[in-house]
Design a protein around this ligand. Structure first.
Ligand code: SF4
Length: 258
């Protein structure tokens, strides 16, 4: 009896489509953690589910739109941020969050991301950065997939997205990993209540690609890595956040303008 009531009532039931479970995401993938942190933030802010729009694009991060019981929009042509901008323009009362992966962002959406920031679009960008941008079996594109070979057999390296966000006018910039889910939630609460352009980078493992490369063992191993190799530096200048020049992953809240 107790067991069935646990199965029936999950704290996020009212936000999640039951038929989207078991989830498509691998156990330990940070996308699920980011989604749950977002749900918790929305609950804490007491926003009506009718007043939240969530836009996502392609790939694993794109599945966010399928599992949430909110106004969700799946945009597969690369114009994810632009779609979100238009959505917000149509309904100023709508809280609009955008879940982006590397392909949505750096392959096809960078220009829209920059434009939206320059115009002060009132959006919450949740950028799930797993350093993967595989377009086909043997090709990758933008300069993001950490230690992954491009078609010229050169390793591609990650890009300083928090600095880009600040440079184009974001009023709120933070970076977390899944093991910092509680901080991620509080960042999302702050971003939701803020007027302006907010960007939260979620450094997240891809257990399939990184696992196949032998770079990580499993999710527990990766969480231990994040725990041991992250350093919290709130208000760190964003130019210092380039992952290429760090032994540690700097996490925290870096920009918070009114
Ligand atoms: S671990 Fe990788 S393949 Fe699995 S859901 Fe996450 S991003 Fe997708």
């Amino acid at each position: 009896m107790i067991r069935s009531s646990i199965e029936r009532y999950h704290p996020a039931d009212s936000f999640l489509h039951a038929d989207s479970f078991p989830s498509v995401w691998c156990q330990g993938c940070g996308i699920g953690t980011a989604v749950y942190a977002f749900i918790e933030a929305v609950k804490e802010e007491n926003i009506s589910p009718k007043k939240i729009g969530v836009v996502s694009g392609i790939g694993c991060t794109g599945k966010v739109s399928e599992c949430l019981k909110l106004k969700t929009y799946s945009v597969i042509d690369g114009n994810v941020v632009d779609y979100a901008v238009q959505l917000k323009k149509k309904d100023q009362d709508l809280t609009v969050a955008v879940f982006l992966n590397n392909a949505d962002f750096l392959l096809s959406g960078a220009k829209d991301f920059i434009e939206a920031g320059k115009r002060g679009a009132n959006l919450i960008i949740i950028y799930v950065n797993n350093f993967i941008c595989v377009i086909s079996e043997n090709k990758v594109f933008p300069i993001t997939p950490f230690m992954r070979m491009s078609i010229d057999n050169e390793f591609e390296l990650p890009f300083n997205i928090p600095h880009l966000a600040k440079s184009c006018g974001a009023s709120y910039v933070a970076r977390w990993t899944p093991i910092h889910a509680g901080w991620m939630k509080y960042s999302l609460i702050e971003a939701i209540s803020k007027k302006g352009y907010s960007m939260i980078e979620v450094i997240s493992p891809c257990l399939i690609y990184d696992g196949n490369d032998g770079r990580i063992q499993d999710a527990v191993d990766r969480m231990k890595f994040y725990n041991d190799n992250s350093v919290m530096k709130n208000e760190e200048p964003t130019e210092n956040l380039d992952l290429r020049s760090q032994n540690k992953v700097i996490i925290g809240k870096f920009v918070d303008f009114e």
